[in-house]
Design a protein around this ligand. Structure first.
Ligand code: C2E
Ligand code: CA
Ligand code: CA
Ligand code: CA
Length: 275
């Protein structure tokens, strides 16, 4: 038992070293990724459950690494956040997403993810204002998605940033709702226009009464607070049906459409799925 313990310890150490090396390598490659045009934005549709129409798209970043191929944001965003590179990447995402939203390719609302690190940058609100002015996209068509991690550190400052963003006219969504430390008090303290229910509740709703009850409660609460409720990660018709019956406003997920590059966006008229 003692031997095995030591062996496990060694493996763990080796694993750690690999991880550190991997992060450093990614960080280094991220430096050239922006200037070399290795980032792309994909767009995933959001459907209204009342009208079965596509009402907006979420911009999701993709990194085409020259050797590794497609690197998922789940892998490189944390690295870019730790290094601060996310600030420049976030500016690129804003500019690019609004550029596409200003063209006829994407004639709908646009949602953009904002990292907590980007949100805390002192120039963030000005960057948003500038990107909007340059693109000419009406602020009301733009939604910024933040997670509760953005709010926990300094909530007085977060409230002031959110208030300034609201003055510009953009909408604010609380992403991944229900996971992490989700505090219900956030919902009344901060000016959200939209709550995105995390995918985990949607995928559990069929088998797990608790998840279904949470969805029902969030929908009711959101309506009472005059917020739109969007369910994430909807993968099949049963899930869509449950959400429609519970009065959820919108659904997003592979059933409605996968994230897609702009050239397929231009060609595709997303199939309408009936609830
Ligand atoms: P998120 O904001 O929660 O985005 C939703 C994620 O769920 C996306 O993963 C999307 O492709 C995936 N997804 C959508 N529908 C389904 C479904 O039906 N089933 C399953 N299994 N997955 C689904 P993706 O694109 O890999 O992004 C992962 C995360 O990376 C995002 O989670 C977001 O936190 C972050 N991210 C992506 N793009 C950006 C960006 O431009 N800026 C920042 N700061 N973060 C980003
Ligand atoms: Ca999101
Ligand atoms: Ca999410
Ligand atoms: Ca997420």
């Amino acid at each position: 038992a003692k031997n095995r313990g030591r062996h496990t310890y060694c493996l763990f150490q080796a694993g750690m070293g690999d991880e550190v090396r991997q992060r450093r390598a990614l960080e280094k490659d991220l430096n050239s990724a922006l200037s070399d045009g290795q980032f792309d934005l994909y767009f995933q549709p959001r459907m209204s459950l009342a009208s079965a129409e596509i009402v907006g798209y979420e911009a999701l970043i993709r990194w085409n690494h020259p050797d590794r191929g497609l690197v998922s944001p789940g892998e490189f965003i944390p690295v870019a956040e730790a290094s601060g590179q996310i600030i420049a990447i976030g500016k690129y995402v804003l500019a690019q997403a609004l550029d596409i939203a200003s063209s006829t390719i994407l004639d709908a609302n646009i949602s953009i993810n904002v990292s907590p690190v980007q949100f805390r940058d002192k120039d963030f609100v000005d960057d948003v204002r500038q990107a909007i002015d340059r693109s000419g996209v009406p602020a009301g068509r733009i939604e910024l998605e933040i997670t509760e991690n953005t709010l926990i550190e300094d909530d007085a400052r977060a409230l002031s940033v959110l208030t300034r963003l609201k003055e510009i006219g953009v909408r604010i969504a609380l992403d991944d709702f229900g996971v992490g430390y989700s505090s219900l008090s956030y919902l009344s303290r901060f000016p959200f226009d939209c709550i995105k229910i995390d995918r985990s509740f949607v995928s559990e709703a069929k088998r797990n009464y608790g998840s279904l009850a949470i969805i029902e409660t969030v929908v009711r609460l959101g309506k009472a607070l005059d917020m739109r409720i969007v369910a994430e990660g909807v993968e099949d018709a049963d899930e869509l049906c449950i959400l429609a019956q519970r009065g959820c406003h919108e659904a997003q997920g592979y059933l409605i459409g996968r994230p897609m590059p702009t050239d397929s966006l231009a060609r595709s008229i997303p199939e309408v799925v009936s609830a």
